[in-house]
Every structure is written in C-alpha cells, then in structure tokens.
Design a protein around this ligand. Structure first.
Ligand code: ASP
Ligand code: MG
Length: 464
C-alpha cells in the first residue's frame, strides 16, 4: 500500500463547494491517507487582525470573532451528516471558539501578546478547519478522524513564529499514531515546543507540516493540492505563455519558492529531500476523479549536455530594498559585516541577501524591514563607513534551473536579454546556488525583466 500524505491549503478551502470538492479528492484516493489542512481561506489573516485589535479595542476583536464564528458554524452545519455528528461537531467548534475568545481577552487584560500566545492564537484557523473536514469525510463514508499535532507528537524546537520540527524526536511518535489504518485529518501550521506550548512554522507553514509528517511516517508521496497547474515557467499574470514544468529537482523547487513562486512554502523540501519523498503538485480546480500531478518534485535526475545552462523557470518578488554601506575599504576591512549583521540581528531584522565589493556592502531586505534596518545601522555607525543609504522599490528576479552555476552562458544570456530590453540591472548575483541566479531591478522594470528572462527558458529542459 502506498502511504500518501495530502495537503489542502486555504485556496482549496474557500467556499463550501471547494471544501466539498476536497472531500471528493480524498475519496478518489480510495485508500486511507493522511490529510493535512490549512485554515479556511483568509482565516489566519482574520485572526491576525483580531490580535491587532484585542489589546486596545476588544469590541472590535469581538466583532471579528463573530465573523469567524458564523463562518465556521455555517460550514460545520453544512458538512456534518446526521444529527449526532452535527451536534458533536458544533460542540467542538464552540469549545475552540471559546478558547480563542479567552486567549484574545487574555491579551487585552495583560496588554501584550507574548510570542507563545500569539502562536497559539494563530493556530486556531487550523484547529477550527480540521474537525469540519474530518466530519465531512465521514459523511462521505470514509473512516476519518482528526488528530491534533499535540496528541501525535509533532515536536518542534520551540522557536515561536518560525519553529522547525524536531524530526528525530517526532518520527517514532508520529509513526506510532499515524498508521494509515484510518484517514487522519491533521491541522497544519503548528507543533509543540518541548514544554508542550504551541509553536507555529511561519505563515504558509501547513505545507511544512505535511512534509514533516510525510518524512516521519515514511510516506511514499506528498501530494500538494493547489488551485494552479503546478509549478509554471513563470507567473502567468506576467507571462501569459507560461507553461507547467512537469519535473523539478528539490533544489530547483526550493529556490523558486524562496524567490517568489507561491506554489509551496520554501522550507517544504527540507524534510523530504534526503528521504527522497516526491512532492506531487495537483490542481483541485481541474480535478476530474483521477489523481494526476502537474509537477513532480524529486531527486535531481542529472543534466545532459543538451540541456546545459538552461533557465527552466523565472520567479520574482517585488517589495525589496537595498542598504548600501559605503566606505573606501569596507570590502577588505574586517568587522564591518559582523557589525552590521550583529546590530540587525539584535534588532530582529532579517537580511535576505548580501553582496559586497571593496567600496560598498549591499544588504538586501524586504521592503518593510528597510527603514528599520537603515535606522539601526545609522544609529551606531562603525569606523570605516562613510555612508549608509537605502535604495527603495527594488524587485528580485531569479532564473532557476539545474546546471546554471556549473555551465557556461546562462548568466550572459540573462544579462543580454535584459540589456536588449534596455533594463538597468541594479545588482546581479550568480554562483551562490548551483541552480539559481538573480538580478535586482527597479520595480517599474520587473514585469519586462521577467518577460525578457522568460524568453530564455528552454522547453527541452522541462521534460520529465
Ligand atoms: N493558515 C496559515 C497561513 O495562512 C498556514 C497555511 O496556510 O499554511 O499562513
Ligand atoms: Mg494559508
């Protein structure tokens, strides 16, 4: 028997019709599987809004809770079959909503949101979705049961907001609880810290939950259901002729996700790669009763000469900025990078990338972190630095494909394509990853740059 872990995201759980279609998908597997679910569409954002209001404006938080309550009650009512099922499902939902309300009251009274409390509160989107999906599956005649991460041993390092699973500690426990003898429905997005508190895996983290469970249970496949045709050669809103890529290596998929392709959470491949568990990306919108992957992500199959130096796919993200740390010898003077990294780390500002030269160190940040990073470094300039300046409104565009680093010509063709379109490259980086290189351009040039680089993709690199 194949052991399959399936994940449905918020976009598969948007309307009642979507939720019911996801149940049909589970039925089509025709065997017991593990189903990991995200919160219903938009609910994590709504809970996050409630946290924002709860401290100062508890009535506003109360109104948001009313919305969350009615969405879940209505959906639960439509999903459970039979009076007993309905009654017990509505009771579970009610208990969890009350817990969530108490937590929001708690942060109002203490006037702060401790990190472990924030994680717990944010996890309620998944805690409210999972019992509804389990009841729906039962109404389809599937022996399905909700299994909570805290009861099945999904243990993490306890880094609130961005936890990592402890695979060694979790594996024996998850394996013992998730036996594939019944269909388990697991809420994604969180696990427990060593002390039993709830710790989330970062936004979009249900993909990672599913990957961890696949790894720890020795699954043969991780099936990620989306509402798009798998990984595409680019964003179809920018490049209408973008095509599905049938096969990607783990590294290619991870880089595409990191550089902005929204198909999966960038950390999803971590637990799967060394166990060689494939990710199959499916499209629920096109579900016709068969389990047909659009993209399969697995171990690199090696590049052939004909496919050397090929760009398979182009991803981009807007809303980046650069901090330029200038000084005549910043590149060779010891300690400058350590100073900048140390100050930023202490201020909890994440650096996305670093590119240095002799007279300038360039640090790349998410747009929202740029002003804070600038203020932190300007407040305490180290000797040797004469200026710290911010360049706003930048986009990062990455070309991804196995062999990019180790073969001739990919960088040249990318830069030539940009030059032909008269696009100025603000920064360029190649060689940091064997399968990716990227440029920064001003936001106004992003779409043209993506199209120019996409014209260099080679369909023969997409073969399975
Ligand atoms: N519900 C969480 C979020 O929206 C986790 C997930 O969707 O994967 O970030
Ligand atoms: Mg989500």
């Amino acid at each position: 028997m194949d052991k399959i872990v399936v994940k449905f995201g918020g976009s598969n759980l948007k309307t009642l019709a979507d939720i019911k279609r996801s149940a049909k998908v589970v039925k089509a597997y025709n065997q017991h599987i593990i189903v990991v679910v995200s919160a219903f569409y938009g609910i994590t954002n709504t809970i996050s809004e409630a946290i924002g209001e709860a401290i100062l404006f508890p009535e506003e938080a109360g109104k948001i809770m009313q919305r969350i309550r009615s969405i879940h009650f209505e959906t639960a009512d439509a999903c459970a079959a039979g009076a007993d099922e309905k009654k017990s499902l509505l009771e579970i939902i009610d208990v969890r909503l009350k817990e969530l309300e108490r937590l929001l009251k708690g942060i109002h009274y203490i006037g702060a949101v401790p990190d472990f409390t924030r994680d717990k509160i944010l996890s309620y989107g998944e805690r409210l979705a999972a019992p509804v999906v389990a009841a729906l599956l039962r109404s389809e005649g599937i022996a399905a049961r909700e299994m909570l991460p805290e009861n099945i041993g999904l243990i993490t390092d306890g880094k609130y907001g961005n936890a990592t699973a402890d695979l060694a500690a979790s594996a024996p426990l998850l394996k013992a609880s998730l036996t594939f003898q019944e269909t388990a429905v697991v809420p994604g997005f969180y696990g427990t810290a060593k002390d039993g508190r709830c710790a989330i895996f970062g936004r979009g983290g249900s993909d990672y939950t599913a990957a961890v469970i696949a790894r720890c249970t020795g699954a043969s496949s991780f099936d990620l259901w989306k509402d798009v045709d798998g990984f595409l050669s680019s964003d179809p809103r920018v490049v209408p002729e973008s095509k599905t890529i049938p096969f990607l290596s783990y590294a290619e998929a991870a880089e595409l996700a990191y550089f902005g392709a929204k198909v999966l959470h960038p950390r999803t491949v971590e637990p799967l790669e060394d166990a060689g568990i494939p990710i199959r990306v499916m499209n629920v919108e096109k579900f016709n009763g068969t389990i047909e992957p659009y993209t399969e992500v697995a171990q690199d199959r090696g590049i052939t000469e004909a496919k050397d130096a090929v760009i398979k796919s182009v991803a981009s993200s807007e809303d980046l900025g650069i901090l330029q740390i200038e000084g005549p010898g910043v590149g060779s003077r010891p300690g400058i990078l350590a100073w900048a990294a140390g100050r930023l780390d202490a201020a909890a500002v994440n650096i996305s990338s670093v590119i240095t030269a002799q007279t300038c160190i360039n640090l790349i940040f998410k747009k929202d972190d740029l002003a804070k990073a600038l203020a932190v470094l300007k407040a305490d300039v180290v000797g040797g630095v004469i200026a710290v300046e911010a360049v706003e409104d930048c986009s990062m565009i990455a070309a991804v494909g196995s062999g990019i680093r180790d073969s001739i010509g990919a960088g040249a063709s990318m830069l030539q394509a940009l030059a032909d379109e008269h696009i100025n490259v603000v920064l360029a980086q190649a060689g940091a990853s064997p399968v990716a290189m990227y440029v920064l351009v001003k936001n106004r040039d992003r779409e043209n740059a993506v199209r120019a680089i996409h014209s260099m993709t080679r369909e023969d690199s997409w073969e399975k």
